[in-house]
Design a protein around this ligand. Structure first.
Ligand SMILES: [Zn+2]
Ligand SMILES: [Zn+2]
Length: 330
């Protein structure tokens, strides 16, 4: 192994440059990972537009490269929230919301758009042998985030046999459709303006409803778009005693008008983030149970040199969950 690697530098202004960087030197309690795949994510658009201080990439699968380590050569995915393991949140299992460490790999330190990444050992989630590297990143945002949102919602739902609306059918929204079916919901409707994405949701068995519809009422609304109008529509459309889960992200301030639609109804407005590390085994089972459908979301795989062009294609909404894949390079 040389001590240099190729990595993507998100320069800002929608430009990515492939650069040579030193192979990272893992700190205490960290290991080096040889990246096998890093899935592209819509949340990376922020860095694509504004530039990244660190190497981006937060849906990482790779092989541990630490001779003598018990996980050496093992394929792992990277749990991106760094966590102490001992604070009140971690002790309660909420490792995604650690009270003492708040850094995210790929955001606040170097991530996976590179040949190697150093990660804390407690962020390694070993992947079973039957799951290939290109699908493994789905266990994170696509399955982990969506299934966690549904499990949290289930704790608050007063009814069963619910009518479910998913707003936004990107990777997380489509992940919600698949996880919701696996968790027993059978009346799932989807609002999504991109026809190709809506078509996939329909193939997965969801009923497509118009974006901006305010007629239908739901027991559970999983808001995956981050769009403020979608959030406001959700407040109008949620049935009394229903649950709205906000999963989509939006950095702009969101104003809730406290009119009678908002005020005169009992409902739960829930925010969820990522997933607790303890969910991982259950999430592996979700992938196994619906592998062909999940595999359909990974609609492109390419080497690092193609990332600048492929990221632009992804930004146009022309692929769902493409992966930067190092499999051909080795
Ligand atoms: Zn992501
Ligand atoms: Zn903690």
């Amino acid at each position: 192994m040389t001590n240099e690697m190729q990595a993507a530098d998100f320069m800002g202004d929608d430009l990515i440059r492939i650069v040579t960087r030193p192979v990272p030197d893992p700190g205490p309690g960290e290991v080096l990972l040889r990246v096998a795949a890093n899935a592209l994510c819509g949340s990376d658009f922020k860095l694509w537009h504004a530039g990244a201080q660190f190497i981006a990439g937060h849906e990482i699968a790779g092989h541990v490269s630490a001779p003598g380590h018990p996980l050496h050569d093992r394929l792992c995915v990277v749990y991106i929230p760094m966590h102490c393991g001992t604070c009140q949140a971690c002790a309660a299992g909420n490792t995604q919301s650690c009270l003492t460490v708040s850094s995210l790999i790929g955001w606040n330190r170097d991530g996976g758009y590179a040949e190697y990444v150093a990660v804390p050992e407690n962020c390694l989630l070993p992947v079973p042998d039957d799951i290939p590297a290109d699908l493994a990143p789905l266990l994170l945002d696509t399955i982990g985030t969506s299934a966690h949102a549904l499990r949290e919602a289930a704790r608050h739902l007063a009814t069963d046999g619910q009518r479910v609306l998913v707003t936004g059918a990107g990777p997380v929204g489509l992940g919600v459709v698949l996880a919701a079916q696996a968790l027993g919901h059978d009346r799932i409707e989807v609002a999504e303006p991109n026809p190709a994405r809506a078509a996939i949701a329909a193939d997965f068995g969801a009923r497509i409803v118009p974006v901006g519809d305010t007629e239908n009422r739901y027991d559970l609304i999983v808001e995956c778009s981050g769009a403020h109008p979608a959030r406001n529509h959700a407040i109008a459309q949620i049935l009394p005693k229903g649950v709205i889960v906000l999963v989509g992200e939006n950095a702009a301030p969101w104003t809730i008008i406290e009119d009678k639609v908002f005020r005169r109804k009992d409902f739960v407005l829930l925010r969820t983030f990522y997933f607790p590390k303890g969910d991982f085994d259950a999430n592996v089972e979700l992938l196994r149970a619906n592998r062909d459908r999940y595999a359909r979301l990974v609609d492109d795989a390419f080497p690092l040199a193609a990332l600048p062009d492929k990221f632009a294609t992804f930004a146009q909404g022309r692929s769902i969950k493409p992966v930067l894949s190092f499999r051909e390079a080795r």
